[in-house]
Design a protein around this ligand. Structure first.
Ligand code: DOR
Ligand code: ZN
Length: 455
């Protein structure tokens, strides 16, 4: 039976002293600086201690490579190239996640079929077991407010779409939306919201490229949706997905609401390319807005980084812009792209680790994302000298394209899960040991966007 969500307990599992079974030695961020460390890992796959140890356990020394906590991606769509969810889609996309340094993915419910009933949730759980390379938290999407309670007993969280997008034709509005948000409040489960208000869309604007798409679904649609959301009951464990403009960053920070931005909104403007590979919801924005969003991210003002991995097949993206689906693959490239920005000096490593590893894991109530006793021994080993370029054809994903083809990247050399290696030398070597997880605790609201403990 699934455990209930305990409110406001942000401490991870209790540490039981016991001899470590492995020592990982290398450099890690301690107190905001890279320092030599020894990380002792227990038999149960959790971190026992950080610092010097006298233990005679087997030692794995990574030299001057850097040990980071593995990342959590709050926002992926585990779909196969046929657009369907199922075991094959889970196996493929979670392998991409492992290679990209992501140890836990939050899977969105606007799949085919959509996760709007307990039966469908159970069938998604079944497709994760024995297939997933990393852990998976399943979001559900209640169509009617009355479905909330039964779904809440099993789901890892909820996703609410305020506008039409892939698989969503009729989003809830007005009193129905208010009733839904009221039912979701106080459950203790995370609720991620796609925040665009379709009443602000301009359907008459021609949208033959990303510039037109940005005018059709303009920034005002995001502002209007966010203004409505911040008036939701305070007990709602609210998280706003894929924020694209600096005004939203300010509003949500002022209210202490959790949110994410994607690598594509941070790194690509609506002028990055003219074809449908660059069609996403919400749209790519102007260079001025993108730059301001990036600056906010680099200042540590955007709490979470998430990929919105949406692997649409290349044939669908080759359609005329208006008819092509929105979304781009990203779970395998998210961290490597941002690690390259760290190496280039555009971003601090501590800011990236906070946004990609610590805060998302805390948001989902997981003992992950920090190199700290009691947390799971899920690490990455990163060699900042090993700079490469993204080659879309060489990615593990099924779709074979990336909007970041040719971009600089630093791929994790190793990825460890519960003290076992799942990526070695940049190759996947794991077993499909990923599990379905649910929140183990709920962070108190200021913790969602607030400062971090040192990692
Ligand atoms: O670009 C997007 N793709 N935005 C969304 O809101 C949905 C996603 C998808 O499901 O493909
Ligand atoms: Zn999405």
């Amino acid at each position: 039976m699934v455990p209930p969500v305990r409110p406001h307990r942000s401490r991870p599992r209790t540490v039981v002293p016991e001899a470590p079974s492995l020592i990982l030695a290398g450099r890690a961020l301690v107190g905001g600086r890279l320092q030599p460390v020894e990380i002792a890992v227990g038999e149960d796959g959790t971190i026992r201690s950080i610092g010097r140890t006298r233990s005679g356990a087997p030692r794995h020394d990574v030299g001057d490579a850097v040990i980071l906590p593995a990342a959590t991606d709050l926002h992926v769509h585990l779909r196969g190239p046929d657009g369907k969810s199922g075991p094959e889609a889970v196996a493929r996309s979670t392998r991409e996640a492992a290679l990209g340094g992501v140890t836990l993915v939050g899977d969105m419910p606007n799949s085919d079929p959509p996760v709007d009933s307990v039966d469908r949730l159970e069938s998604k759980e079944a497709s994760v077991r024995g297939q997933a390379a990393v852990d998976v938290l399943l979001y559900a999407s209640p169509v009617r407010p009355t479905a909330v309670e039964s779904l809440a007993r099993r789901a890892g969280g909820f996703k609410i779409f305020l506008s039409p997008t892939t698989g969503i034709d009729e989003p809830p509005t007005g009193a129905e939306l208010d009733a839904l948000l009221a039912r979701l409040s106080g459950l203790g489960l995370p609720v991620s919201v796609h925040a665009e208000d379709p009443a602000r869309f301009r359907p008459q604007v021609p949208a033959g490229d990303p510039l037109g798409w940005d005018m059709r679904r303009p920034p005002e649609a995001e502002t209007a949706a966010v203004d409505r959301l911040v008036a939701a009951p305070a007990a709602l464990r609210l998280h706003v997905a894929h924020v694209t403009i600096p005004g939203t960053v300010e509003t949500l920070r002022n209210r202490g609401v959790s949110f994410e931005s994607t690598p594509h909104h941070l790194l690509l403007s609506a002028r990055a390319g003219a074809d449908a590979r660059f069609k996403v919801n919400p749209p790519l924005r102007s260079e001025t807005e993108r730059r301001a969003l990036w600056d906010a991210f680099a200042r540590g003002e955007i709490p979470c980084l998430a990929s919105d991995h949406a692997p649409h097949p290349v044939e669908a993206k080759a359609l005329e812009f208006e008819r092509a689906p929105s979304g781009m693959p990203g779970v395998e490239t998210m961290l490597p792209l941002l690690l390259a920005r760290v190496r280039a000096g555009d971003l601090s490593l501590a800011t990236l680790v906070a946004a990609a590893c610590e805060r998302p894991a805390r948001w989902l109530g997981q003992p992950l994302g920090r190199l700290a006793p009691g947390h799971r021994a899920n690490f990455l080993v990163v060699d900042f000298r090993a700079r490469t370029r993204i080659a879309a054809s060489a990615l593990a994903g099924a779709v074979g394209w990336s909007a970041f083809d040719g971009w600089e990247a630093i791929r994790p050399r190793e990825h460890w899960r519960d003290g076992q290696r799942v990526v070695d030398g940049g190759e996947y070597v794991g077993r499909a040991a990923g599990a379905v997880v649910r929140p183990e605790y709920a962070p108190a609201p200021p913790e969602a966007v607030g400062p971090l403990r040192s990692v």
